[in-house]
Design a protein around this ligand. Sequence first.
Ligand code: DGL
Length: 289
Amino acid sequence: MVELASAPIGVFDSGLGGLSVLTHLQRRLPFERYIYLADTLHVPYGSRSEAEIRELTLQAVAWLHSQGCKLIVIACNSASAHGLQAARRRYPQVPIVGLVPALKPAVMQSMTKQVAVLATPATLHGYLLNEVIEQVAKPQQVTVHKYSFNSLVPWVELGMPNHHPAVTDLDHLLSELQDKKVDQLVLGCTHFPFFKAYLAQLIDELMTRQAMRKVALIDSGDAIAKRVYDLLEQANQLASHKERPRLQFYATANLPTTEQAATRLLQRFLPELGIDFFTLCVTQHRAVN
Ligand code: DGL
């Protein structure tokens, strides 16, 4: 039991998006040891086929399992949509937590009965989200508008530089939300909370000019951290380290660029976190390009 308590928590994403989930995990569980795996060789996942996403997800989970993780978080909505069930079937002895866009709270809070989900094509088509639409949104007569822009994930992967097509796409999104009377926007990709503050500021500016109504921005980061806490507590596996361990960060490609962008993204949320960066060489069956 004690041995498992000091084992690491594995966190996986196609790239840097899962770090937004890690910030919530670090807040609730600061003394856990984390191994983060960014599959930067294959990012973005969101426009890949279901079979490719499933295969890449299984490979990532297999590696985290081989590192002795006591719990694995698939911190990627796209990978969860197409790989979570298969991963749970293959590793029934390890708790695996996946992500689905936080549509339920959005449906409950909407006054206009119009909500939007911003996610990758893979997540928007996936079974997990569409099940929530059928079971939660439809019975409440809430319309769910789906949006996806190819620019957004690469923008975050670059550390969100000021000049990028994503900036125009987000302006376009906000005018769409206004037209459709949407009052809740679900950030259904783990890359997106990194621009939550930027979007909130844009919305505030437009509201001041009376060019927009209030739109709440919702993501699932904290709910996932709470779920992880509860699972570990129930299993008596919470770590008892006295200090915050350094983050072990593995990327499957482009380490120098990834290292720079990851450091930049995390600086605002976890300036005190020490990080050790490594390249994970993947050869064999992982190259599915
Ligand atoms: N961060 C991911 C998600 O939550 C995937 C982004 C991508 O690789 O397309 O969906």
